[in-house]
Design a protein around this ligand. Structure first.
Ligand SMILES: CC(C)(COP(=O)(O)OP(=O)(O)OC[C@H]1O[C@@H](n2cnc3c(N)ncnc32)[C@H](O)[C@@H]1OP(=O)(O)O)[C@@H](O)C(=O)NCCC(=O)NCCS
Length: 139
């Protein structure tokens, strides 16, 4: 069965927290804060298989704040579906930062059509690392 991509709600936050816990490469913020932005979830047969958080910066600019899929649900195009659902009605640039060592995510974002835009040296801590800034144009 195909997952349903929908906006997340307070009842989804414990599942979002668990997926985040299982994804050390993802950003680790308090999931309750995601409700202040656009939280999207992939609901797969009643369970949450992945989530995405988008922050609107301007009518034509937004930032992908976080994205993770449960380990058992990866490589099933769930992250692709979440991203497409989140930007369906958006026209403009989507930016994100990703750890330079996160080759899996870099490959995934390039698959979606993101391009490397710039590097932020020593952007991350614990462990310290540079960020690759990526940009996608949604039209
Ligand atoms: C990155 C991540 C979100 C991808 O989720 P996903 O649902 O598995 O991705 P999809 O199935 O939509 O992948 C689509 C395509 O992207 C590429 N891709 C995705 N994961 C990949 C991987 N681990 N290695 C290489 N290519 C990958 C492939 O081309 C894939 O198509 P294919 O499976 O037909 O080859 C997931 O691996 C994840 O949660 N990682 C940990 C958290 C993380 O790094 N988040 C990003 C923080 S910036």
């Amino acid at each position: 069965m195909l997952p349903e991509y929908r906006r997340g709600c307070p009842a989804d936050l414990s599942a979002v927290e668990e997926i985040q816990r299982q994804a050390p490469q993802a950003a680790h913020w308090d999931p309750r804060d995601y409700l202040s932005h656009e939280l999207w979830v992939a609901a797969d047969g009643g369970a949450i298989a992945g989530f995405l958080v988008l922050r609107r910066l301007a009518p034509d600019e937004c930032e992908l704040l976080n994205l993770a899929v449960a380990p058992a649900s990866r490589r099933k195009r769930i992250a692709s579906g979440l991203f497409r659902a989140a930007v369906t009605n958006f026209r403009g640039n989507v930016f994100l930062e990703v750890r330079a060592s996160n080759q899996e995510a870099l490959t995934f974002y390039k698959y979606l059509g993101f391009q490397e835009f710039s590097i932020r040296r020593d952007y991350y801590s614990s462990p310290p690392e540079s960020a690759i800034v990526m940009k996608f144009h949604s039209c």
